[in-house]
Design a protein around this ligand. Sequence first.
Ligand SMILES: NC(=O)C1=CN([C@@H]2O[C@H](COP(=O)(O)OP(=O)(O)OC[C@H]3O[C@@H](n4cnc5c(N)ncnc54)[C@H](O)[C@@H]3O)[C@@H](O)[C@H]2O)C=CC1
Ligand SMILES: O=C(O)[C@@H]1CCC=N1
Length: 269
Amino acid sequence: MTIFDDITQRGMVLLGCGKMGSAMLAGWLAEGLPATSVHVIDPKPSDWVTGTGVHVNAALPDAPAVALIAVKPQMMGDALPALQGMGGGGTLFISVAAGVTIDAYERVLGATSPIIRAMPNTPAAVGQGITALVGNGASSAAHLDGAEALMQAVGRVVRLETEDQMDAVTGVSGSGPAYVFHLIECLAKAGEAQGLPADMAMDLAKATVAGAGALAMQADETPAQLRVNVTSPNGTTQAGLEVLMAELPDLIARTVAAATDRSKELRDG
Ligand SMILES: NC(=O)C1=CN([C@@H]2O[C@H](COP(=O)(O)OP(=O)(O)OC[C@H]3O[C@@H](n4cnc5c(N)ncnc54)[C@H](O)[C@@H]3O)[C@@H](O)[C@H]2O)C=CC1
Ligand SMILES: O=C(O)[C@@H]1CCC=N1
């Protein structure tokens, strides 16, 4: 039986359905998960969530196949007790919260409950996410395979060797879409500054980032070689890169370090 069959039969509880919960839910519904198998707990559900046909703040199944935790780390103390008492029937707990450790979940849900930490990102909404997974001692190979299948429905999955790696993953791919969106904003603004109409500059910026991302994923060459392929000797790209490469490596290193450090700070609290 697949994890989707199991969820269809026993249900899934989604604790918190804001931006990340909704991104995953949109991806799963698009993949054919029946809305009626999903039970959202959220004090402020969006109109979109309510309109999907999922159960919202209604009676919960006793032993859902999956209970997925997608509240902010700061809300965890208030929210998590709603899941206490679940799990006797083999519920798999999956949390996408930044910084909150497996140990913290085990203290509330019990160390014998299978608990998997996952770090997805919002491109899951269009099936283009990437998620890193790591499980607790009670997570069997089947539990990890189930979580992987669930997250693969909305993108790719990597498995971590240690939970410690989750902070750096959060700094790179969890937060990463925001860095790329900001790059798009900057590229569009720069195009405007060079005389392009705003709409056209934004269109060019979005298509360039999307196209370069697709090429980087599909090409046999490394991103470094793909960069060289654009760069004619003494041409326009070289002139641009001389400015960018003087600043960007250090800027990105500091950006990812700051996000990783913040993930460490969020631990248990
Ligand atoms: N937004 C992103 O790109 C990503 C977020 N995450 C993680 O996902 C989690 C949620 O983040 P977002 O969706 O961005 O935040 P959000 O603020 O959009 O969503 C959180 C939701 O939790 C609800 N909530 C608050 N108290 C609650 C309670 N007691 N019980 C149930 N629901 C409650 C809120 O009403 C809200 O809809 C965070 O832990 C974050 O670290 C992980 C990867 C990426
Ligand atoms: O900003 C945050 O804390 C969350 C975790 C990764 C992306 N958003």
